[in-house]
Design a protein around this ligand. Structure first.
Ligand code: AMP
Ligand code: MG
Ligand code: MG
Length: 312
């Protein structure tokens, strides 16, 4: 590691390492798909899957970050047992040229013990197994004091249907700082595009969407992918009135979205807590709006019975 990067604030170094390790996890995800041996396992139910790509990507991210930052708390989606591999080679993110990420003044003197990293090694697993590859993201979210403060969203298959272009993209953001890796775009005026789940719908999920009277509903996989649509100006709001989404799904997307000027809360407008002891499940749903949107206006339109249905 260069002297300059060693003297950068801890948050900048963790984010910079997370960019490198997310890129490497993306390579692993593509290699597993190329080999075609997905090793699919059902977790909670038949709609909740884990593949060898989820396991191998988590192994890579957790081992690399914990080697570089031994005192941070890392919470990954996949169980540690399934992800154990005695022969694994640890990826060294500090061997890469670091991206320079500025840290806002109030976050410059954090200690490792104050940091919780929420890792979704592969968001959009159902879509990955179905060949909807552009729905897949790698999510590394950094929290302190229970708040999402930094995040990395890597899209391993960005551009995969555009021959001759660079495959994959990594976007990062620091709340109160900037977004890197992409140029954000505002969604169009004069219409309302709502994005939501394609594989975890329910009547409550649909009631919340109907109440917004959208001109278009974009049903795609992955929390990371849906927040990318908000950042790309392809949707105004992401609504998920269901308890299925977890902290590792929302921490990184929330930080990047808030860095861009957007907002992500639960469906009642309450901040999602990201302490190490916080329950994994976002049991009161998710509502996220793009920069420039009036988050409170969308919250106010969510029917009371939908809000009452989602209990903490
Ligand atoms: P989706 O929008 O359906 O792609 O979901 C976003 C994230 O939340 C993905 O990581 C899903 O696996 C997770 N998720 C949402 N609903 C459920 C559910 N009912 N059971 C398990 N995981 C869920
Ligand atoms: Mg996920
Ligand atoms: Mg996942």
């Amino acid at each position: 590691m260069s002297l300059a990067s060693q003297s950068s604030p801890l948050l900048s170094r963790i984010l910079s390492s997370s960019v490198a390790v997310a890129n490497h996890a993306g390579k692993i995800i593509r290699e597993v798909m190329k080999k075609g041996e997905l090793g699919i396992v059902e977790k909670e139910n038949a709609r909740d899957l884990q593949t060898e790509a989820d396991r191998a990507a988590q192994r890579c991210i957790v081992s690399s970050l914990s080697r570089c930052f031994p005192k941070i708390t890392i919470i990954g989606e996949e169980g540690e047992e399934e992800c154990h591999d005695a022969h694994q080679q640890v990826f060294d993110p500090t061997a890469e040229i670091p991206v320079e990420i500025q840290c806002p003044p109030h976050l410059v003197s954090l200690a490792e013990e104050e940091i919780v990293v929420w890792v979704d090694p592969l968001d959009g697993t159902a879509e990955y197994t179905q060949g909807l590859l552009d729905h897949v993201t790698v999510l590394i979210g950094i929290a302190t004091g229970g708040k999402a403060v930094g995040g990395v969203i890597h899209q391993p298959y960005y551009n995969y249907q555009t021959p001759g272009s660079v495959l994959g993209r990594t976007v990062w953001g620091v709340v109160g700082g900037e977004v890197g890796g992409m140029s954000t775009v505002s969604p169009p005026d004069g219409c309302l595009i709502v994005t939501t789940t394609r594989s975890h719908s329910s009547s409550t999920v649909n009631d919340a969407i109907d109440a917004l009277s959208p001109s278009e509903v974009v049903r795609v996989g992955g929390a990371g992918h849906k927040v990318m649509l908000l950042l790309e100006g392809k949707a105004h709001v992401y609504v998920f009135a269901s308890p299925g989404c977890k902290k590792w799904d929302t921490c990184a997307p929330q930080a990047v979205l808030e860095a861009a000027g957007g907002t992500l809360t639960d469906i009642k407008g309450v901040q999602i807590p990201y302490h190490a002891s916080a329950p994994h499940r976002n049991s009161t749903g998710v509502l996220a709006s793009a920069a420039g949107q009036q988050h409170e206006v969308y919250l106010a339109k969510i029917p009371q019975h939908v809000k009452d249905n989602l209990k903490a």
